[in-house]
Design a protein around this ligand. Structure first.
Ligand SMILES: [Mg+2]
Length: 226
């Protein structure tokens, strides 16, 4: 039995340029600054990590940043739900086909491992009706750094499925160097997909176990996915 932990942005779908301005406006409103939001690399980072980096980089004290984080989160998530437009988004190649096929197997459990706050993750997935594939996961609400998340996902898998998954029975699928390093930190193999903003060479250098162009190649890379 295998547990597969999917990242969202750049792996299952892409939101295009519409999320960053929503994030920025919520930061502005709560902290009076969005810091270097246009220069910041969001890829693979948790939502709370992004907030803390941006506002502390702009001089906000850590205690203040943490205290106001929930208000920023709620504001951003409301706006995301209201305005995230499917037409500006992209469902990445073979996602629906792969998830549909894996969902029918009784030797595979599907879950999420994403830096999005859960409500934001659900909003993004809802635009392509993908929430039906994921009953649980680990999210940006479960840790500040992505490497905090795999143990949470394994814990929830155990509670949901009634079975403990060893790292070697788990697979992380993601598009950033942080997906790769959070897997490596916990001995979990990583299938890296080059459908996000991270260059393939960087994913390979980070130590991805497999590297594919997009999810059409998933079964060719990892035999048991076919
Ligand atoms: Mg990603």
């Amino acid at each position: 039995m295998k547990l597969i932990l999917f990242d969202i942005d750049g792996t299952l779908l892409s939101c295009g340029p519409q999320v960053r301005p929503l994030f920025a406006s919520a930061l502005e409103e709560v902290f009076g600054t969005a810091g270097d939001v246009d220069g910041y690399d969001f890829a693979g980072r948790t939502d709370p990590r992004i907030v803390l980096d941006l506002v502390m980089g702009a001089g906000v004290a850590e205690a203040d940043a943490r205290a106001k984080l929930p208000r920023m989160r709620d504001l951003y998530l409301e706006r995301l739900e209201r305005s995230l437009d499917r037409h500006g988004m992209q469902l990445l190649p073979a996602v629906e086909e792969l998830l549909g096929r894996l969902a029918t197997r009784d030797d595979v459990v599907l879950a999420l491992l994403t830096g999005n706050w859960e409500r934001g993750a659900r909003t993004k997935l809802s635009r392509f009706d993908l929430n039906r594939f994921f009953g649980f996961g680990a999210f940006g609400c479960d840790g500040i750094d992505r490497s905090d998340l795999p143990p949470v996902a394994l814990e929830r898998a155990e509670r949901t499925v009634g079975r403990r998954f060893r790292p070697a029975e788990t697979l992380i699928v993601g598009d950033s160097v942080h997906d790769v390093s959070c897997g490596r930190a916990h001995g979990i193999p990583v299938l890296a997909v080059a459908t996000g903003l991270t260059r393939p060479e960087a994913l390979r250098a980070a130590g991805a176990d497999w590297l594919i162009h997009d999810l059409r190649d998933a079964g060719r890379a990892v035999g048991w996915l076919a």
